[in-house]
Design a protein around this ligand. Sequence first.
Ligand SMILES: NC(=O)c1ccc[n+]([C@@H]2O[C@H](COP(=O)([O-])OP(=O)(O)OC[C@H]3O[C@@H](n4cnc5c(N)ncnc54)[C@H](OP(=O)(O)O)[C@@H]3O)[C@@H](O)[C@H]2O)c1
Length: 321
Amino acid sequence: MKAAVLQESNGPLVYRDWNVEANEGEKLLEVKFAAINRRDLWIQKGLYPGIKLPAVLGSDGLVYENDQAFLVNPNLDWGDNPRVPASSYHIRGLEKEGTFAEFTAVHPDRLAKKPSHLSDEQAAALPLGGLTAYRALVGNCNVQSTDRVFINGIGGGVALFAAQFALAIGCEVHVSSSSQSKIDQAIQLGATGGVLYTSDMWGKNYKKQVGGFDVVIDSAGGDGFPQLINLCNIGARIGIYGGTRGTINGISPQHLFFKQIHIFGSTMGNDQEFSEMVDLVDKYKIVPHVDEVFRLQEINKAFAYMKNKERFGKVIIDCSN
Ligand SMILES: NC(=O)c1ccc[n+]([C@@H]2O[C@H](COP(=O)([O-])OP(=O)(O)OC[C@H]3O[C@@H](n4cnc5c(N)ncnc54)[C@H](OP(=O)(O)O)[C@@H]3O)[C@@H](O)[C@H]2O)c1
């Protein structure tokens, strides 16, 4: 079979023959579509722990078995504690061969029936990003329909899921972005408003304009993080699952403790949260936003496109083509 293989750090992915074998209990299933996550780009750059090359990347997949479509749960060996993963925990698409391939080896307990309202491409976009958004928003921040929710950097794949989930739950949702057109697209999806995180003191000013927030979801960290603290209501919960902008500086502890703020670091989610996330998508007919679809042979073009500033939603790989 053909796969997109990372052979050396900082090198391109190579479309080539690859032999994948199913372990005991697994089945070799045809991958129709996969999706790119930021994690794949970090791995390509060598910025991820435990990289052993060559490797087939790709954590998200839509596979077929006997004409039935299934999502692949990217979690492997989460362990017994639902709160935190075991040390054996890993994610499909590195030590376990990933979905940027014509076939992948999957244990049946990693499969979830595709919600019927989704196309195969839309379904492939969901697993990793949807799971991360769900745990940050629901598992950790325990969002309620009465909460006012702020999603930082709405152009991110995970951020957009978090906004869609919060809207489905009935929350008032506001967003930030570097791009007014992305804020406008979020408003079209149901968000109430948004602010450019590129302006000065944007958090403080936006709170004055529209009021504070009970739940804040972030993947940037960095110098903008203190603005998120400014946006918080007393007792607010912040869920942070990424560090795209690096080290956080400039937070006064007084702002944290006087406001009784809870900050939750959040990574992926357990298998129960994965099922709940798929059920939520099914119940509210949530549709993942697919920005662009590339063929498996065009994987390097697709990786380059991930850096396109106009991108809104997920980049999908057609693995059957
Ligand atoms: N912990 C986990 O389990 C987990 C899972 C998935 C991803 N992650 C991490 O989460 C981060 C985002 O992942 P993703 O897949 O959603 O990536 P992505 O689709 O590439 O999203 C990146 C987004 O970050 C936003 N951003 C950039 N600079 C920002 C800033 N200064 N303030 C606010 N937002 C900013 C941008 O939003 P605009 O385009 O709107 O400006 C951009 O679209 C990555 O660091 C990734 O490694 C962690």
